[in-house]
Ligand binder design. Structure first.
Ligand SMILES: [Zn+2]
Length: 330
């Protein structure tokens, strides 16, 4: 609460304050930010990673700004990745857990969903020509769960919804990096709590995910990501509070350069395919010779994303030969 005095009149105005807390993660991405929002409710935006180290760093920083974990009332998630939803079950008095509906199966630990998730990647890798020696990665799909926590979602957040307890903050759906990804826009100040949608130092990977219902077509995460990036130009954005890295000032130039970089990588893929038709795995090997072994899932997602993009422009087509999908230049 801030009180301004103007010529004897007392004007009271509630200022929504944002505090940034930063905790370590065991992942390559490094530290992750958690935001504490003051308003009609005390709200956390994202919840770091489930490690004792992250919890103690979080508690220390919370204390420095004058709060205790028992005072947190709402927890809101930008997306379902483990570095953003780890500590959710540590807040004994929190009564609201809100996120996009697609976060639900990760919170409820829906076994049927996980099995479908694994079968989806098995089939996709088979069709993408992935040799057996890389299939060990399929076994690791559930590993990140160790760093997140189960929880019971109380509110679904969708495009245009208001953040509970913070009526000036609106939900913008920003799928791409994750199908569950949402960002929060303050409709007066232009601030954006961006999760991993827009980072200053790196471009997030649009990750492959199974379709919502089995039998449906799989999402095209890179196309979704491009759409969600362009969508930001419709808002009067000012300060971007990201999930990782520096807080920064928004500019359309950043969006353009991210889109351009991706288009350049797609052109590289098209050039590779001029030599002859290839499976997604063969493209991935040539595109990421140094990283394919250590970051198999990420590099395959990126490669298939570029192929989806080229197909959407009708520059590349594919056909199934012996149940494997071969891509070729039109
Ligand atoms: Zn992240």
């Amino acid at each position: 609460m801030i009180i301004h005095l103007y010529g004897g009149h007392v004007m009271t105005m509630v200022k929504q304050r944002i505090h940034q807390l930063t905790v370590p993660t065991p992942f390559a991405v490094g530290d992750v930010h958690i935001y504490l929002l003051e308003g009609d409710a005390l709200t956390l935006i994202d919840a770091g990673v489930e490690t004792e180290e992250a919890w103690s760093v979080f508690c220390e920083q919370l204390k420095e700004i004058g709060y205790t974990p028992e005072e947190i009332e709402h927890v809101v998630l930008t997306h379902h990745h483990p570095d953003h939803m780890g500590l959710i079950d540590r807040f004994s008095r929190a009564h609201t857990l809100a996120a996009h509906p697609r976060v639900e199966p990760w919170l409820s630990r829906d076994e049927g969903f996980f099995q479908r998730y694994e079968r989806f990647f098995e089939a996709l890798y088979e069709q993408s020509g992935v040799p057996d020696r890389y299939k060990r990665f399929l076994k690791g799909l559930r590993k990140p769960l160790a760093y997140s926590s189960p929880g019971e979602m109380t509110h679904y957040l969708r495009e245009g919804d208001t953040l509970p307890g913070h009526e000036k903050w609106r939900v913008i759906e920003t799928p791409g990096h994750a199908q569950s990804h949402i960002s929060f826009y303050h409709n007066e100040s232009g601030e954006l709590l961006a999760g991993d949608h827009l980072l200053e130092h790196i471009s997030p990977n649009p990750l492959l995910e199974p379709p919502l219902k089995s039998g449906d077509k799989r999402p095209r995460p890179l196309l979704d990501y491009r759409h969600s990036l362009k969508k930001l130009k419709d808002y009067n954005l000012t300060t971007i509070y990201p999930g990782h890295g520096n807080t920064f000032t928004y500019s359309d130039t950043l969006i353009h350069s991210r889109l351009k970089k991706q288009e350049e990588r797609a052109e590289k893929v098209r050039q590779l395919l001029l030599a002859g038709s290839m499976t997604a795995f063969e493209v991935c090997e040539q595109l990421f010779p140094k990283h394919i072994d250590s970051q198999f899932g990420l590099t395959m997602s990126e490669t298939i994303g570029q192929l989806d993009y080229l197909q959407s422009l009708d520059l590349v087509s594919s056909s199934l030969i012996n149940e494997q999908e071969y891509y070729y230049v039109n």
